[in-house]
Design a protein around this ligand. Structure first.
Ligand code: 6R9
Length: 680
């Protein structure tokens, strides 16, 4: 792996500079007891009649164009200024921001900080091996990115191409993303836990001819053969011309003609790389996520709007200030890693942690040991990890000094009250606000979170609460009518566009329109349900479609069914999510075998698990498989998933209206089969 080389005097200079800026900030912070708009958000000083943060939110929604124009001018470096703030029409699914503007995202994340503070630490790579972290300054990250950008260019990667990155969270992965941005190529990061088939599907859909990977991954003390997975994937990807291979471990791997040793070739490249001037609406990246069909969708994010939104939310939701160390432990393969490990913090000139390990390796104190060692100020993680850590006891937390922490964030799924309380009381010692942040791959950045808010405003446990600047959430009833009162639940939609939202689904704009804009014309539909409290705060109640959330990973039940149905013994299947103590949701599969098939259920269960793990990923494997003679269906032949869900939740009282059932006896069989599965 590419390691920084530097002299110690620069280190000293950097720490002096950091110390100076930190003490200056301290003065600013103290001066903020009464509303000082310029100290809170410099742009807001120019917004007439705005006093206080609530008023600023109102302004951002009612004068959306003024708000976003001012913020975009101030926070981004433009090669050419934009002509129009926005050209959006939600009823048509048209979303365009800052047209006419030209910029380069890597310049915004790197060069401008190198000019002001080259020796500030950009990345702290918390390697799997505890205590062996490596720091990269902005200057070093820029050099690494430039070499990589030049290398990609020399190998024919052009503006408009899409490079697939299949790497664990590490500095070269970040440099790869930024190198793509530098030369105008889009990136498609695929979570390094996905199987070769899942990777191949994403490479093909993205039409990538270039893949970047590592020889091996290291996580939780275990080695994964990532290069081998890529080898298997590219066999069914005729578009792939070249695979760049970085060395995470010493182990040599077999190199084919199309394979290129990344670090070796980078050494031959210049450390200066001309940045491409990109249009605001050029593609920055694709990121695949699960929907309610079997086929994952490649959400498309563009340059200016995405970067601006990631930066602004990072700054204001977490109260990030210059000199802070931001620790987002999400993998870069997910949108959280994109927006809050990479783009948001780097656009803000921040120091961001790249976490390669797991919460329990080598022991359940890993997160908090890291907080102490790296002096992390904002920690951002997932409820599933919190629930897991609660089980090991408070001593693993208390052992370490957490006094650097100022804000704790949660993302990916609803955080239950117990986990929220523990996070707040034990981890944060009751002094750090806990921000439950709701957002999606589609939204680009955080849309609903308790912060920013008035300084002493309440935070309700387990609630995302308040819309971010420029965000206008609404609730809809089942008839598609707007619900205007409080203390009500409905489908969560957004009534206004914002710069961070996705622009389309790669190769399938029709699906984009049908999924997000057709259900409630004139609104963006999130797919989630929400409750709005008496006070007007939002609480997310969960998905309204067939998407489940396992340990914070989104997966469509249809994707798992597609794999199960490929087994020659299986006639049909239905996959349901159920409430799981640690994972949030677990996977429960009902499987009907073909007539005349004679197999041991245990063997078949194993086989089905292997298939899911090979074709999707381990986390998608069913926790339970129930073999059934038939599934409950309507007379028109639709599987009654609602009934299956109730059975799995052991809520037999709530089975509801069964009048459309083709044969009520099928339900009884399912209930009995479920009892047997539980008793095993
Ligand atoms: C960022 C991210 C999005 C789905 C989303 C919702 C669930 C995310 C949540 C939450 C309740 C929160 N979700 N954050 N549910 N409270 N704070 O996770 O993106 O992977 O696209 O998942 O995750 O159901 O629709 P993504």
């Amino acid at each position: 792996m590419w390691l920084p080389c530097r002299c110690t005097t620069k280190y000293v200079a950097a720490s002096i500079r950091r110390g100076v800026s930190a003490s200056f900030l301290h003065v600013l912070r103290r001066g903020r007891s009464s509303w000082n708009s310029a100290a809170f958000m410099p742009e807001s000083a120019g917004f007439e009649g705005v006093s206080g943060r609530d008023a600023l939110h109102d302004y951002s929604v009612s004068h959306s164009e003024n708000f976003w124009a001012a913020v975009a001018r101030q926070r981004l470096n433009w090669i050419r200024p934009f002509d129009a703030v926005q050209d959006c029409d939600l009823s048509q699914g048209r979303i365009k921001w800052f047209e006419g503007g030209k910029l380069n995202v890597s310049v915004n994340c790197l060069d401008r900080h190198v000019h002001t503070c080259p020796e500030r630490v950009a990345l702290i790579w918390e390697r799997d091996e505890r205590g062996s972290e490596v720091r990269y300054t902005y200057r070093e990250l820029l050099e690494m990115t430039c070499r990589l950008g030049n290398l990609l260019r020399r190998h024919g990667v052009k503006k408009g191409d899409c490079v697939t990155i299949y790497m664990p969270t590490c500095p070269l992965a970040v440099a790869s993303m930024l190198a793509c941005a530098r030369i105008g190529a889009a990136h498609n990061v695929v979570f390094a836990g996905f199987s070769s088939e899942a990777l191949a599907e994403r490479i093909r859909d993205a039409q990538s001819s270039t893949v970047i990977t590592v020889n091996q991954g290291v996580r939780g003390g275990k080695i994964t053969e990532l290069k081998r997975t890529v080898d298997a994937a590219v066999q069914s990807c005729p578009t792939v011309r070249q695979v760049f291979v970085a060395m995470r471990t010493e182990k040599r791997v077999e190199m084919a003609d199309r394979d290129i040793a990344l670090e070796e070739e980078m050494l031959k490249e210049d450390v200066v790389c001309e940045p491409a001037a990109m249009d605001s609406e050029d593609v920055l990246f694709l990121l695949y996520t699960s929907g309610s069909t079997g086929k994952p969708k490649g959400l498309v994010h563009t340059q200016a709007g995405y970067l601006l939104y990631a930066a602004l939310t990072h700054r204001y939701v977490f109260g990030y200030h210059d000199g802070d160390v931001f620790g987002c432990v999400a993998d870069i393969g997910w949108i959280t890693g994109h927006s809050y490990t990479v783009y948001g913090p780097l656009a803000n000139g921040g120091t961001t942690v790249l976490f390669e390990s797991t919460p329990v390796y080598p022991d359940p104190g890993r997160y908090w040991d890291m907080v102490e060692r790296l002096r992390i100020n904002q920690f951002y993680g997932a409820p599933t990890a919190i629930r897991l850590l609660i089980r090991y006891g408070d001593q693993w937390v208390k052992k370490y000094d957490r006094s650097s922490l100022t804000t704790l964030g949660s993302v990916g799924e609803p955080i239950n009250t117990e986990a929220w309380e523990w996070y707040n009381r034990v981890v944060g010692e009751g002094r750090c606000p806990v921000v439950d942040t709701w957002w999606q791959t589609e939204t680009g950045g955080i849309c609903i979170a308790p912060k920013p808010s008035e300084p002493d405003a309440e935070i309700v446990p387990g609630m995302a609460m308040r819309p971010f600047f420029g965000i206008k959430p609404v609730l809809m009833d089942t008839e598609g009518k707007l619900l205007t009162s409080n203390n009500t639940s409905g489908a969560l939609c957004m009534a206004q566009p914002w710069p961070g939202m996705a622009r389309t689904i790669h190769n399938n704009h029709q699906r984009f329109l049908e999924t997000y804009f057709h259900p409630y014309p004139g609104y963006f539909f999130t797919g989630d349900g929400a409750y709005r409290s008496q006070e007007g705060y939002y609480q997310i109640t969960g998905r309204l479609d067939d998407v489940i959330n396992v340990s914070g990973h989104r997966i469509g039940t249809a994707e798992i069914e597609d794999v199960v149905n490929q087994c020659s013994a299986v006639a049909e299947s239905a996959v349901i999510g159920y409430s799981h103590n640690i994972k949030g949701q677990g996977v429960y599969a009902f499987v009907v075998l073909k007539k005349g098939v004679d197999v041991q259920e245990v063997d078949l269960s194993k086989q089905l698990n292997n298939m899911v793990s090979e074709k999707i990923a381990k986390y998608a494997c069913p926790d339970f498989i129930q073999f059934a003679k038939r599934l409950p269906k309507t007379r028109s032949g639709k599987i009654m998933r609602r009934v299956l869900r109730k059975v799995v939740d052991c809520d037999l009282e709530g089975l509801g209206d069964l009048s459309t059932l083709d044969d009520p006896a099928a339900v009884q069989e399912i209930i009995e089969g479920h009892e047997k599965v539980l008793s095993k």
